[in-house]
Design a protein around this ligand. Structure first.
Ligand SMILES: NC(=O)c1ccc[n+]([C@@H]2O[C@H](COP(=O)([O-])OP(=O)(O)OC[C@H]3O[C@@H](n4cnc5c(N)ncnc54)[C@H](O)[C@@H]3O)[C@@H](O)[C@H]2O)c1
Length: 250
């Protein structure tokens, strides 16, 4: 093997689809042993099969459940002495206009976008301390700008929370050798976003808002996550890397 992550241990959430899947596969290709989870176990297992050769372990976890997150990290701690990277890619959100958004939609979104990140970071903290590990969280271009026609109040609040939480994690982690950074993706083509971003009117709006006139791919994000998780980024913490085709600068 000759990978940039040879001998490293990475925990990746949301490996069943999209960016989490892209990260799990990319990290495994670069030599890491990946412990992944998803609420959809069949999807997570398909990612394991795609990687082949036992480089990704999958478990069903609902990351909005404190007990399930704790059990998952307890199980990981039985197998490894510390982790090098925690990639918090899993998230789910409900989009609705403010006036008609149910309180349930708001709390669901914040639990599935922000609470899950806190729960994983807290549970992983002792393991990250062991090896001076790196956290990569996912905010969003939506933490900076709004997208015309997108009813994203809860999502924007959740992602703004991830940005602020990551700064605090970096400050508290530094004395322990833990780095914490976030990535703010622009529009990335995944199974979940395909219908929205490829709908003709929305597609035109989205592309108008980009300097680089294409939708992003999960691999665009996975490469940035690998950099932030690796020792190549050893002096980078509390940063947010916008991987958005220039969207937030237009
Ligand atoms: N795709 C984009 O355009 C885009 C843009 C900005 C930010 N992001 C952020 O990037 C991250 C990844 O997004 P994506 O587009 O790949 O998402 P996705 O919907 O394609 O995949 C998310 C995965 O997380 C899993 N998941 C959701 N809730 C879960 C839970 N409670 N417990 C365990 N697993 C759960 C899903 O089953 C799915 O496999 C998210 O934080 C998202 O908000 C994405």
């Amino acid at each position: 093997m000759n990978g940039r992550l040879d001998g490293k241990i990475a925990v990746v959430t949301g490996i069943g689809a999209g960016i989490g899947k892209g990260c799990a596969l990319h990290f495994a290709r670069e030599g890491a042993m990946v412990y992944g989870c998803d609420i959809d176990l069949d999807a997570a297992r398909a990612t394991v099969d795609e990687a082949g050769a036992g480089s990704i372990h999958a478990r069903r976890v609902d990351l909005t459940r404190e007990d399930e997150v704790a059990d998952w990290f307890t199980a990981i701690a039985r197998e490894v002495q510390g982790i090098d990277a925690l990639i918090n890619a899993a998230a789910a959100a409900i989009f609705a206009p403010v006036e008609t958004m149910r309180y349930h939609d708001w709390t669901f979104t914040l639990k599935a976008e922000l609470d899950n990140v806190f729960l994983c970071c807290r549970a992983a903290w002792p393991l990250l301390k062991e090896r001076g590990g790196a956290i990569v969280n996912f905010a969003s271009a939506n933490a900076y700008v709004t997208l015309p026609g997108s009813y994203a109040a809860a999502h924007c609040a959740g992602k703004g929370g991830v940005l602020a939480l990551t700064r605090q994690l970096a400050a508290e982690g530094a004395p322990h050798g833990i780095r914490a950074n976030s990535i703010s993706p622009g529009p990335i083509l995944t199974a979940a976003t395909r219908d929205v971003f490829l709908a003709p009117e929305m597609n035109a709006t989205v592309l108008r808002g980009l300097m680089i006139k294409r939708l992003g791919q999960p691999e665009d994000i996975a490469r940035a996550a690998l950099f932030l998780a690796s020792c190549e980024a050893s002096f980078i913490t509390a940063a947010d890397l916008r991987v958005d085709g220039g969207a937030t600068a237009l």
